[in-house]
Design a protein around this ligand. Structure first.
Ligand SMILES: NC(=[NH2+])NCCC[C@H](N)C(=O)O
Ligand SMILES: [Mn+2]
Length: 232
């Protein structure tokens, strides 16, 4: 599906589901375009575990490591995954919002000098600077197709309470909207995932808060301006 949408020149929007859906969406994206794909992963977690490094065994903590060529050797045999081969370069992958990493993930980020920006960098440099630095590093000439994979757990738990692995101290909705404004203005966006919304993990009000936050993020990415439109 993503392959067809992207190859017809449209932007693919994928609503998850847990973050392991991104293995399929990013794979389809890269097969639907002649361009190289840069991946911006906005998340509290790096989702870089392999099945052997993962402390939890949860697949939603592993998609990025399945997608990058550099980690192919780190994976034990994956019998169910023959359909997918890694197609991305790890230096075309950037992270924003990190604040909960496992030891293997930390080691990989260091080993390849990945464009990884945690909440400390967001606090130190500000979200605008961090977003620009990340985009410059993963898509320096602006010629690659951008895949934005947005995990709602990148947001602070007050903004997005209904998610499976929340981590306190995350992005404000305003910071996330600034990321979207900057990405939008690059004109490079080719596919979007919005994932890890689980309305069952909370009361109605919390579900509504979470869904509305996601809607704000999506609308901003597709052109809604904060100055001249009423909030929704
Ligand atoms: N997409 C997510 N919410 N990922 C959470 C991953 C948490 C932890 N790093 C793990 O591997 O289990
Ligand atoms: Mn994630």
């Amino acid at each position: 599906m993503v392959k067809e949408v992207v190859s017809s020149g449209r932007i693919a929007v994928n609503l998850g589901g847990d973050h392991s859906v991104a293995v399929g969406t990013v794979d389809g994206h890269s097969r639907g375009t002649d361009k190289r794909v840069s991946l911006l992963w906005v998340d509290a977690h790096a989702d870089l575990n392999t099945s052997s490094s993962s402390p939890s065994g949860n697949a939603h903590g592993m998609p990025v490591s399945l997608l990058v060529k550099e980690l192919e050797e780190d994976w034990p045999d994956t019998p169910a995954m023959e359909w997918q081969r890694p197609r991305l370069l790890i230096n075309n992958v950037g992270f924003i919002g990190l604040r909960d990493l496992d030891p293997y993930e930390r080691e990989v980020l260091k080993r390849f000098n990945v464009a990884a920006y945690g909440m400390e960098e967001v606090d130190r440099y500000g979200i605008v600077e961090v977003t620009k630095m990340a985009l410059n590093r993963i898509n320096p000439d602006g010629v690659n197709a951008l895949h934005l994979s947005f995990d709602v757990d990148s947001l602070d738990i007050h903004e997005a309470p209904c998610t499976g692995t929340p981590v306190r101290g995350g992005l404000s909705l305003r910071e996330a909207m600034q990321v979207m404004e900057i990405v939008r203005d690059t004109g490079t966006l080719s596919a979007l995932d919005v994932v890890e919304i689980n309305p069952l993990l909370g009361n109605d009000r919390q579900a509504e808060t979470t869904v509305r936050a996601a809607v704000h993020v999506i609308k901003t990415l597709f052109g809604r301006c904060r100055f001249d439109s009423a909030p929704s």
